[in-house]
Design a binder for this molecule. Structure first.
Ligand SMILES: NC(=O)c1ccc[n+]([C@@H]2O[C@H](COP(=O)([O-])OP(=O)(O)OC[C@H]3O[C@@H](n4cnc5c(N)ncnc54)[C@H](OP(=O)(O)O)[C@@H]3O)[C@@H](O)[C@H]2O)c1
Length: 248
């Protein structure tokens, strides 16, 4: 267990799997006590906790649907009771809605609640516990890709909103709390159906690096943003060169 950061606490939303799981483990390796939030997959969340416990102490699981303010308030209540404070917030939890489309207002509402309002709610209830610290929001390269994707129109719109929120929140909270975001390309997670090697090769073709990105590579970027004290209001793109490809 690394002991360079005694008593530091990081809350990672959506940490039962994918990018959130990799990020929780990365923070445990840095010596943080990690609050592992999840919505429904207890078994996977427990596996994340077990791995975190190999590296740091006082890690905890909190089941909460971050799109619901009552559950978010209760989650931060538990964090307060256990630690009294919070150093790091990673707003990572998010969904992809198969029914996303240009006029599907139900999908817009669903994605708004799960990918955008959720971040605002968690931030609202986390801030009273954060005198200083860092917030990292997990956006997507789709917030800015010029070629668009009609089947992810709401997803792209609310990730763009999250990047705007990130920048304005950074202005509001600096210098005590620094706020940044990461914008991943295609990451091999459950969101893509946990692709095997062949599928990953296919999906990775749109990246200049010709492979999918691994969750640990996004976690590394998040840890960098937390360690660095000069980056403020920035969006770190980790997309294997995907955005360059779309420029032709
Ligand atoms: N994968 C990609 O290619 C990619 C690219 C760009 C950006 N992203 C973004 O990265 C983030 C993580 O994606 P991922 O690929 O790691 O997804 P994932 O493997 O599908 O994992 C999603 C995580 O979010 C949790 N979650 C979903 N809705 C929640 C809610 N309302 N409350 C609490 N937890 C919730 C899930 O919990 P349960 O398992 O308990 O349900 C799970 O832990 C998302 O914001 C996504 O938009 C992903």
């Amino acid at each position: 267990m690394a002991d360079n950061l005694p008593g530091k606490v990081a809350l990672i939303t959506g940490a039962s799997k994918g990018i959130g799981r990799a990020t929780a483990i990365a923070f445990a390796k840095e010596g943080y006590s990690v609050v592992i939030n999840f919505k429904s997959d207890l078994k996977s969340a427990q596996a994340t906790l077990k791995e975190c416990n190999r590296h740091s102490g006082r890690n905890m699981l909190v089941k909460a649907d971050v799109s619901k303010e009552r559950e978010v308030r209760a989650m931060l209540g538990r964090v307060k009771k256990q630690f009294r404070h919070l150093d790091i917030l990673v707003n990572n939890a998010g969904i992809f809605d198969e029914h996303d489309g240009p006029t599907n207002t139900k999908a817009f509402e669903n994605i708004y609640r799960n990918n955008f309002l959720s971040c605002v709610l968690v931030t609202k209830h986390a801030l009273p516990l954060m005198r200083t610290g860092k917030i990292v929001n997990v956006s997507s390269v789709h917030a800015r890709l010029g070629h668009g994707r009609p089947k992810a129109i709401a997803y792209a719109a609310f990730k763009a909103a999250l990047e705007s929120y990130t920048k304005n929140l950074a202005k509001a909270l600096a210098p005590c709390i620094l706020v940044n975001a990461v914008a991943p390309g295609r990451v091999a997670t459950a969101m893509w159906g946990n692709p095997g090697a062949t599928e990953q090769r296919k999906l990775g073709k749109d990246h200049l690096i010709k492979r999918m990105i691994q969750p640990e590579e996004i976690a590394e970027g998040i840890v960098f943003l937390v360690k660095n004290d000069a980056v403020c209001g920035e969006v770190l793109t980790i997309d294997g060169g995907m955005s360059l490809v779309t420029l032709g």
